[in-house]
Design a protein around this ligand. Structure first.
Ligand code: ADP
Length: 627
């Protein structure tokens, strides 16, 4: 019989298991039981959907047997079983490459982490075993096969006898070492407590023969040794239990195991709803974004169960895109088992459930925001961007639902605030919500336009992410207060008198400003004096809907059509440079053009925009320096 080699990836994982120093080796049992349970789910689901096989849920069970003498531990099931090809494919090639990807990303981390935090599957048997055999007979097949492996050297597959469908996994337990008491996995007491700890909710009975004592027949005080078959698990899935019956730890370990996260969730939402539709939901809000979250590869969705039988691994219709980060499951008696994917999309029950989940998630996030600010801010730094996209997408259809979950850093304390908090502390004289866009908070602070607001004691919301301004434009207003970009030309906080005076200055300087505009060319729409600046000589503002930041974002997209914001060069009317321009208009009008070009270049630099003609500008500056 030829020994076959494991696939490269599998071999890596296998090596990790064989040489593992992981302290919770006991989880191998959880993995084997979970595989057995999956195999029975498959068979049961198949029997329900593909005709009548006469199978009942109560026919299915898992058995654990220990043989101390031969040092073997056996896990048997009467599930779907595997054909010879399936044995090769499933056990010769690792299915869950996700854990290895994770390993690659975190090369320095110890094995310890990856093993504890992910379901690592069948190979974990090699943490405690030096030889594993799997005897399996696929449902409906007359043949049975035996897969054997002693680890790294490879595996063999040969025909064998087995009376019924199902799988029997036998582990030959490693000899004890100085550090490791492997024999404990041959003790029924250890086994039953491991099952209770990790696999209590498995929906099929996990049975084991347990040696015990019972009263001798006819006697009142004489006992004899006997064997009793016990069911080790309670079989109630965690989401069917009442909240007070489940510990935080149980919620968390279920999450890690089922959804392969290595960190605790930020929030657990367990709800049972009875009414128009009846369902239980167990939802988790992760505390960090998965590495593929903001990529095309990420698939949203919740596991969908119908009366305890999983019918879909990722039901996308249960979650709106803006809550795509939520993981978890929904179990409802009102859904038909045979429902197809296409039918699901039109299923009324499902729509009702989705709507009620959305409300629930929103309410829970709101609660987190109100009761645990730190946790919420951490959550928001992971998924806030998704919420902002949610405001923006579908033409703002969901903006009202999401707006109160948003946070933006504000200039007051340089801390994230909600829109409600911002509005609540607006001074009476302030009628708009002010925001400014830029790469970082520090860079925004350097914008000349911030001066006038700071003087008035008005808070500014910093928009540092590409999506921010698009989301705000979609919101338009919050509690009747419009959003205003401080870099828009329409922002003017001066008094009516000041405005009139400025208007006159600009009218008187019409020729001068016209010359400047001409020298700059298409770069700007207009050049004018302003009194919104204090110390800075110039700034660029934008007219209309498209701001400078939006121009930057849009032009960074693939196939950008070269959109341009309508820019206005504003010159500080009370800055010495304004007087200089006035006097040049009289004495040396030709020089005005050069000044205009330099001032425009300065304004672009301040805005974080490239200067289009750096050599020309540099030469112009030198000319003036040399004078
Ligand atoms: P995972 O369970 O994450 O897919 P495993 O390494 O634990 O990864 O198992 C690999 C595959 O082997 C399973 O997906 C399943 O198809 C098959 N398998 C394992 N154990 C059994 C079993 N007891 N009965 C039927 N198939 C099984």
């Amino acid at each position: 019989m030829r020994t076959k080699q494991f696939k490269a990836e599998s071999k890596k994982l296998l090596d990790m298991m064989i040489n593992s120093i992981y302290t919770h080796k006991e989880i191998f049992l959880r993995e084997l039981i979970s595989n057995a349970s999956d195999a029975m789910d498959k068979l049961y689901y198949h029997s329900l959907t593909d005709g009548n096989t006469g199978l009942s849920r109560s026919d299915l069970s898992i058995r654990i047997d220990v043989d101390k003498e031969n040092r073997t531990l056996t896990v048997s099931d009467n599930g779907c079983g595997m054909t010879a090809e399936e044995l090769e494919q499933n056990l010769g090639t690792i299915a869950r490459s996700g854990s290895l990807d994770f390993k690659k990303e975190n090369e320095k981390q110890e094995d310890v982490d990856i093993i504890g935090q992910f379901g690592v599957g069948f190979y974990s048997a090699f943490m405690v075993s030096d030889c594993v055999t799997v005897v399996s007979r696929a449902f409906g097949s007359g043949e049975a096969w035996k897969w054997t492996s002693k680890g790294a050297d490879g595996y063999t597959v040969e025909p064998c006898e087995k009376a019924e469908n199902g799988t029997v996994v036998t582990l030959h337990i490693k000899p004890d070492t100085e550090d490791e008491d492997y024999s404990t996995f041959l003790e029924t007491y250890t086994i039953s407590s491991i099952v209770k700890k990790y696999s209590d909710y498995i929906r099929y009975p996990i049975r084991m023969d347990v040696p015990t004592k019972k009263l001798k027949e006819g006697s009142e005080d004489e006992y004899e040794d006997t064997i009793e078959t016990r069911t080790l698990n309670s079989m109630v899935p965690i989401w069917k239990k009442n909240k007070n019956e489940v510990t935080e730890e149980e919620y968390e370990s279920f999450y890690r195991e089922k959804f392969f996260d290595y960190e605790k969730p930020a929030k657990v939402i367990h709800s049972k709803v009875e009414g128009a539709v009846t369902y239980s939901a167990l939802l988790y809000i992760p505390s960090h974004a998965p590495f593929d979250y903001y990529t095309k590869e990420y698939e949203k969705g919740l596991q969908l169960y119908s009366s305890g039988v999983m019918i879909m691994e990722k039901c996308a219709d249960l979650l709106p895109d803006y809550f795509s980060f939520v993981r978890g499951l929904v179990d409802s008696e009102d859904l038909s088992l045979n429902i197809s994917r296409e039918m699901l999309q039109h299923d009324m029950q499902l729509k009702v459930i989705a709507k009620s989940l959305e409300k629930k998630i929103r309410a829970e996030l709101k609660k987190l925001l109100e009761t645990d600010r730190e946790a919420y801010e951490k959550f928001f730094s992971a998924f806030g961007m998704q919420l902002k996209y949610g405001v923006y997408e579908h033409y703002g259809q969901n903006k009202e639902a999401i707006q109160d979950l948003l946070l933006f850093v504000s200039s007051a304390e340089k801390k994230p605030v909600t829109l409600a908090e911002y509005v609540a502390r607006m001074p009476e004289s302030q009628s708009d919500i002010y925001y400014a866009c830029g790469e970082t908070v520090d860079k925004i602070d350097l914008l000349p336009q911030t001066e006038q607001l700071r003087d008035k004691g008005y808070e500014i919301l910093y928009m540092t992410e590409n999506v921010d301004e698009f989301a705000v434009k979609m919101l338009m207003e919050y509690e009747g207060k419009p959003f205003k970009n401080i870099c828009a030309d329409s922002i003017d906080l001066s008094t009516d008198e000041e405005k009139q005076a400025l208007q006159k200055t600009n009218e008187d300087a019409k020729d001068l400003l016209g010359k400047m505009k001409e020298a700059i060319g298409d770069g700007v729409q207009d050049v004018r004096f302003t009194n919104k600046l204090k110390n800075h000589p110039v700034c660029l503002t934008s007219e209309g809907e498209l701001s400078v930041e939006m121009e930057k974002v849009l032009n960074s997209l693939p196939n950008a059509g070269g959109v341009r914001a309508k820019l206005i060069l504003e010159i500080n009317a009370s800055h010495p440079v304004a007087q200089k321009l006035q006097s040049l208009a009289a004495s040396d009008p030709d020089a005005l053009g050069d000044y205009a070009k330099i001032l425009y270049a300065q304004a672009r630099l301040i805005e974080g925009m490239p200067v289009e003609n750096p050599t020309e500008i540099s030469n112009l500056i030198c000319d003036i320096l040399a004078k």
